[in-house]
Design a protein around this ligand. Structure first.
Ligand SMILES: O=C(O)CCC(=O)C(=O)O
Ligand SMILES: [Fe+2]
Length: 185
């Protein structure tokens, strides 16, 4: 499995460079905001079987606080859903695949061009499900902000400069609010 911290930090670099390229920006512009000491933390999720999936979620709706997130899903049991419009879209099981998700900090750096999608996990009445999520975030001492070239009259800048967004994220999440709203003008 691709998944050692070294490999994931290399993949983070490749993805952030490709994202910058796709917007005709300097390859390293997102990476520079990540700083020298960008961080990665892993969350291991275990969703036990639940007799009432209609009543109980495995993980409540949220968007990730990272720049990007890697998710290694269960090899057999699906459960992840992304919100598109007002519909929850099912993510299929693809054994060994790493799902890469955009987090709030990539939304901020890209001035909202890349969206950090809301997602949730449903429970399964018969089977347990496991997943591993690795959150790749900027150095907590580094200030991030929308890249200057992405700010213009038709896309004014909705986000303030922010440092240590992960802290804000957890405070807001705790209160049941969408953390990215804390850094909007
Ligand atoms: O269990 C999953 O597939 C996704 C987990 C997730 O969204 C998270 O840990 O933030
Ligand atoms: Fe998530």
């Amino acid at each position: 499995m691709a998944g050692s911290p070294m490999e994931l930090s290399l993949i983070t670099e490749v993805i952030l460079k490709a994202m910058a390229k796709s917007l005709n920006l300097e390859d390293n512009c997102f990476l520079e905001q990540m700083g020298e000491r960008s961080t990665m933390f892993a969350r291991f999720n275990l969703y036990p079987p639940c007799p009432r999936p209609d009543l109980v979620l495995g993980l409540k709706p949220h968007a990730d606080g990272s720049a990007i997130t890697f998710v290694l899903q269960d090899k057999e049991v699906e459960g992840l859903r992304f919100l598109k419009g007002n519909q929850w879209i099912r993510v299929p099981v693809i054994p060994q695949a790493l799902l890469i998700n955009i987090g709030d900090q990539a939304e901020i750096m890209s001035n909202g061009i890349f969206k950090s999608p809301v997602h949730r996990v449903v429970t399964n009445s018969e089977r347990e499900r496991i997943s591993v999520a690795v959150f790749s975030s900027p150095d907590s001492d580094k200030e991030i902000e929308p890249i200057g070239r992405l700010v213009n009259d038709s896309r004014p800048r909705p986000y303030k400069k922010v440092k240590n967004y992960v802290d804000t994220y957890f405070q807001y999440n705790q209160q049941g609010k969408r953390p990215i709203d804390a850094v909007r003008y």
